[in-house]
Design a protein around this ligand. Structure first.
Ligand code: CA
Length: 459
């Protein structure tokens, strides 16, 4: 019997935030959660824009690749955000997470960027099928902290990738095979940051209707203090009994008409001018989609401190101290580790090349990471610099899929897949849809000229 999708959606401002910067969408073939960031009401503009663009995705025809369809929609959403920033520069820095599931009648194709989550419930077991693009997740992956520590980590909401109108968005895109009875939960970190996976699994198993499940989940987040906006999109795979699908649901910021939002601000007695004032905003501090900028103030501070240090403490000690510092940057087109500080004081260069990393050309990195390296990434020490390099290599290998080589000597004429001169997005060109696991390295063969990937990667 053919399968169909049942769905529902909820969004709640939570108990602390003034406005809802989350947006959600649930329709007969598309589920989306977008968690806006940027503060000063720009986050809601970003998330609403993403949901608006994605909600215009049409159900894929038989000859259409859902992966390309979603990748193109994400690109368009990113361009829309760029246009919105161009139209109002006070929105500079705004962005949004996007987790979107596209139903094709047989499977779900997932596009994901940021720290919203998609979970899959089958046979009573709940699995998170997206990987958080966060600082703490990177620490967990490296084995530096545990999942429990990540939950309480002060930088737990630091998002490393988001749709922010710049560069090429690099969503993870993958397909999930489904069967009748499967349930899917897509949510913002306002839910997953407050309610544990164990509780989520329990609720998804005990509540029978999707509506009751969604209500309970929001209720649990509120009871947990709901420090952030909470958005829940739920779906269930059922056998198609001919019942017509209901209307699509739009929740959160995307559901708020723009003028109503403006009225809200006026009611609060806050003019547009006032909102543009650079006052500290917790959301701005919580999210840093562009880490190099996060360190910009720190760099300036360090520089000032250094100048003061040079003047008062004496040049020798200061120079000795700089030699205990490390950063990752670029040397002759390769990722490289430098000893010292990336800043220079006038003509005085404060660093020297420590190691030009073999097999890691900067051009092989995804644009986001390339920018980071070009702006230089500070390391805590030499070992930390090595870890940063390995993480960069992982990203380069992930985004440059292996060159397909025919395993058997069967002389079938294969179209020559050459590693292009530019790094191909992992999303657009792969025609047979890869199954489940997001962002996991597949097999390591050199795929970008000069790029060396580990022989085996842990699962
Ligand atoms: Ca959030």
């Amino acid at each position: 019997m053919p399968l169909t999708l049942r769905y529902t959606a909820r969004s709640d401002v939570g108990l602390i935030r003034e406005g809802n910067e989350d947006s959600g969408y649930a329709g007969p073939f598309l589920l989306v959660v977008a968690d806006g960031m940027g503060g000063h009401a720009a986050g809601e503009v970003a998330s609403a824009a993403a949901v608006d663009v994605l909600s215009h995705v049409h159900p894929p025809d038989a000859d259409e690749d859902p992966v390309s369809l979603l990748a193109d929609a994400i690109d368009r959403a990113n361009s829309r955000i760029r246009d919105l920033i161009d139209a109002d520069p006070s929105r500079e820095g705004m962005g949004t997470t996007v987790t979107a599931l596209l139903w094709t009648g047989e499977r779900l194709t997932v596009a994901h960027i940021g720290d919203s989550r998609a979970y899959h419930l089958r046979s009573g077991k709940l699995h998170q099928i997206t990987q958080d693009h966060t600082f703490v997740q990177a620490l967990v992956d490296e084995g530096k902290i545990t999942e429990d520590e990540a939950r309480a980590h002060p930088a737990r909401s630091l998002v490393l990738r988001a749709l922010d109108g710049r560069g090429d968005p690099e969503p993870d895109i993958f397909a999930v095979e489904v069967q009748a009875g499967d349930r899917f939960l897509v949510c913002s970190d306002g839910l997953s940051g407050v309610v544990t996976d164990t509780t989520l699994q329990e609720v998804l198993n005990t509540e029978s209707s999707l509506e009751a499940t969604a209500d309970t989940l929001v209720e649990l987040a509120l009871r947990g203090g709901a420090p952030d906006n909470v958005t829940v999109v739920l779906a269930e795979i059922v056998e198609n009994d001919g019942t017509k699908p209901g209307e699509a649901l739009v929740v959160g910021a995307a559901d708020e008409p723009r003028d109503r939002r403006r009225r809200f601000w006026h009611m609060r007695g806050e003019s547009a001018e006032r909102r543009d004032e650079p006052e500290p905003d917790p959301e701005l501090l919580r999210y840093a989609p562009r880490p190099p900028r996060r360190f910009a103030w720190l760099r300036r501070l360090v520089l000032v401190a250094l100048l003061v240090g040079v003047a008062f403490v004496g040049g020798r000690e200061f120079l000795n101290w700089t030699q205990t510092q490390y950063y990752v940057g670029v040397d002759s087109g390769s990722v490289a580790i430098f000893q010292g500080l990336s800043q220079s004081i006038g003509p005085l260069n404060l660093s020297e090349l420590d190691e030009r990393v073999e097999g890691l050309p900067v051009e092989a990195l995804p644009p986001y990471y390339r920018e980071q390296v070009e702006a230089s990434i500070s390391a805590a020490d030499r070992a930390d610099a090595t870890r940063i390099v390995e993480r960069l290599r992982q990203q380069a290998c992930l985004t440059n899929p292996p060159v397909v080589t025919t395993p058997a000597p069967t002389p079938t004429p294969t179209p020559a897949t050459t590693p292009g001169a530019t790094s191909p997005a992992p999303t657009s060109a792969t025609s047979p849809v890869p199954t489940p696991v997001p962002a996991q390295p597949v097999q390591a063969t050199p795929r970008y000229p000069g790029l060396v990937c580990p022989e085996e990667t842990n699962q």
